[in-house]
Design a protein around this ligand. Sequence first.
Ligand SMILES: Nc1ncnc2c1ncn2[C@@H]1O[C@H](COP(=O)(O)OP(=O)(O)OP(=O)(O)O)[C@@H](O)[C@H]1O
Length: 371
Amino acid sequence: MTVSRADVLRALELVKLPASGQSLAASGRIGDILVEGGKVIFAIGIDATEASAMEPVRRAAESAVGGLPGVTQVLVGLTADKAPPSAAMQARQQAQRPGPGGAPKPSGVPGVKQIIAVASGKGGVGKSTTAANLAVALSTLGLKVGVLDSDIYGPSMPKIFGITGKPQIVSGRTLAPMEAYGLKIMSIGFLVDEETPMIWRGPMVISAITQMLREVAWGELDVLVVDMPPGTGDAQLTMAQQVPLAGAVIVSTPQDLALLDARRGVAMFRKVAVPILGLVENMSYFICPECGHQSDIFAHGGARHEAERLHIPFLGEIPLAMPIRETSDGGRPIVASDPSSAHAKAYVALARQVQAGLGGAMRAAPRIVIE
Ligand SMILES: Nc1ncnc2c1ncn2[C@@H]1O[C@H](COP(=O)(O)OP(=O)(O)OP(=O)(O)O)[C@@H](O)[C@H]1O
């Protein structure tokens, strides 16, 4: 038995909006409905200010559609991007945006002291490898560390940490994070099916991130490292705004073009008043494993200059090295699998800089209110 879009809409007629009592089906808030076999995926358009009020509607929509014969899986996201906002909505959003003074900020996550983002202006610069090794390095400094992989375009933490399986539900909607190398790990890869078409991932990212932040039993953490999706589009900007970030680390390669993208990354976090902890140069230079000769394949040092130009801290250089790639691609990040190597030490040096920067960021940031 296959479900049709009309069946889905009929089920959504029974879901009412809290404010108006209007049915969700008739509200004009439902975007395209994707039906693949027994899987149904769609997004509900909302004003960014309605996110918590609309969460029960999202859940009601999921259970109404989930009850249809032939439906095996339902994924409903809330998206603030769908419809162009009305003038009133725009005014409200404008009022919410942090001004030069910094406030207001999203509320903190109970038990989690600091959340940092690892971001890059474009894909493929080694952001996830850096985030994973930075997280392990922070834990070698004695901190309790979690990793939240929000890279909708290519969640790589399950692979980097060699995690298979799915997180278990601990109670109600709360999931237990996965664990590896003493870190708590949650990935969007565990929540969004690999087959979910890319076009759906953008709209879903915000509700998935909220879920990963607030409906995961993180326990007590000193630092939660968020691996951001690469780029500086709307999804990334909204995330930077919605996640209570203490700071951001930008990863770049030394090439001019990558640096241009890194500059956009810096501008994005500045726009939402998130402190920049600094810029890391990844794949900075190459040391020949045979003869030990160092070659600067991409004109090494570009990121250091760029950091100076942008008046942000330069956090260090990570070489382009086969052992980094092999361990990262093999589920054993080098800081965990070969902690005495020079490469691991480079990440630990990076972690020390980040830790020092966070002290400053915390002093400068408004007090985070624990709900
Ligand atoms: N310093 C390094 N030396 C050698 N290989 C590296 C280094 N950093 C990353 N890599 C390799 O480069 C590839 C891309 O890295 P990674 O997935 O971390 O990048 P990313 O920026 O997160 O990519 P995406 O944007 O696609 O998610 C991986 O195969 C990784 O192992």
